[in-house]
Design a protein around this ligand. Structure first.
Ligand SMILES: [Zn+2]
Length: 315
């Protein structure tokens, strides 16, 4: 038995597989990423608490002699065990290694892959249907997010993707939609562009905010950042049905039908939903980078095809 193996055995440390499962759970609960394991890191203690490790198990260290430099290096056995478990998950392609994630996010962190995400959901008994609404990042989706965020704003932009097939169930299409959602809510800092609402579920797994398509998906609207806007559930609905739209300068424009609404409609106690919308004088809350603001061509399409649809039909 190796020196490390003997120490693990003598101190009755938890087995590698159990640590791997615990890591997958921790990754899910921490939004898909964990920093490299080091001293003073909350998750290291959190996992030690989960396993009920005693003081000896937490503080035992391994001493390795570097022959070349003729010096001894000490490392905590517990950190070593966490590293080995994460390394093993990386070999199974369930997480990406910190060196690889660094190239994508600029942070040295372990990050779930799509396969790791699925495995973590199974481990936590969370149904896979919840996956799209979870505030969990994955390496594969982040790659798409980065591409969407870094593309240059086109001048002649068409928000409609004429080449897309109507029915797409491929893994690629699902990833593209998740990438769109993640990029949009991330760009708007997880808040509604109209009212600013920002809230997460008590288990910290899902954000309330949604990534709305300006040209809807069923009208072949593109899954890119210029056709997206982050909205709360209520404003998403109101935007989709045409209660409001946006002017070219991103100010809210409310439907002319607002005046004919019965008095008891659109009220949340003293708050009048439509009146509050019409009182927004300035532009909505947008990302600081203007390259990723909604494209005027997408907003115009919305004004002409959703917002003024009724008026045009009446003429
Ligand atoms: Zn809102």
């Amino acid at each position: 038995m190796s020196y490390e193996g003997r120490m693990l055995h003598d101190l009755a440390m938890p087995g590698r597989e159990r640590v791997e499962q615990a890591l997958l759970r921790a990754l899910l609960m921490h939004g898909g990423t964990l920093l490299e394991f080091g001293a003073g890191q909350e998750v290291v203690d959190e996992l030690a608490d989960d396993f009920g490790l005693n003081a000896d198990q937490r503080t035992a260290f391994l001493q390795t002699v570097y022959r070349k430099e003729n010096r001894a290096k000490k490392s905590l056995l517990w950190h070593r065990l966490l590293f080995r478990a994460a390394d093993s998950l990386a070999r199974d392609h369930l997480v990406s290694r910190p060196s690889r994630t660094f190239q994508l996010t600029g942070k040295r962190e372990w990050m779930l892959t799509e396969d790791g995400f699925d495995q973590a959901l199974r481990t936590c008994n969370i149904p896979r249907v919840r996956k799209n609404s979870l505030a969990v990042r994955s390496y594969d989706v982040q790659k798409i997010v980065r591409r969407l965020m870094e593309s240059r704003r086109p001048v002649n932009y068409s928000p409609i993707d004429t080449e897309r097939r109507v029915i797409t169930t491929t893994r690629e299409a699902l990833l593209r939609i998740r990438g769109f959602r993640q990029a949009v809510i991330q760009a708007y800092s997880y808040r509604c562009a109209v009212c600013g609402l920002k809230i997460i579920s008590p288990d910290r797994l899902s954000w309330e905010v949604e990534a709305a398509h300006i040209v809807p998906h069923f009208s072949m609207g593109r899954d890119d950042i210029w056709n997206g806007i982050a909205l709360c559930h209520l404003h998403h609905w109101a935007f989709d049905v045409g209660w409001f739209s946006l002017r070219d300068d991103y100010a809210v424009e409310v439907s002319s039908r607002a005046g004919s609404l019965p008095k008891d409609y659109g009220r949340l106690g003293d708050y009048e939903f439509i009146t509050a919308l019409s009182r927004r004088p300035e532009r909505i809350l947008l990302p600081s980078d203007s390259e990723i603001h909604p494209h005027q061509n997408a907003i115009r399409w919305h004004r002409q095809n959703i917002f003024r649809r009724d008026e045009e039909q009446r003429v």
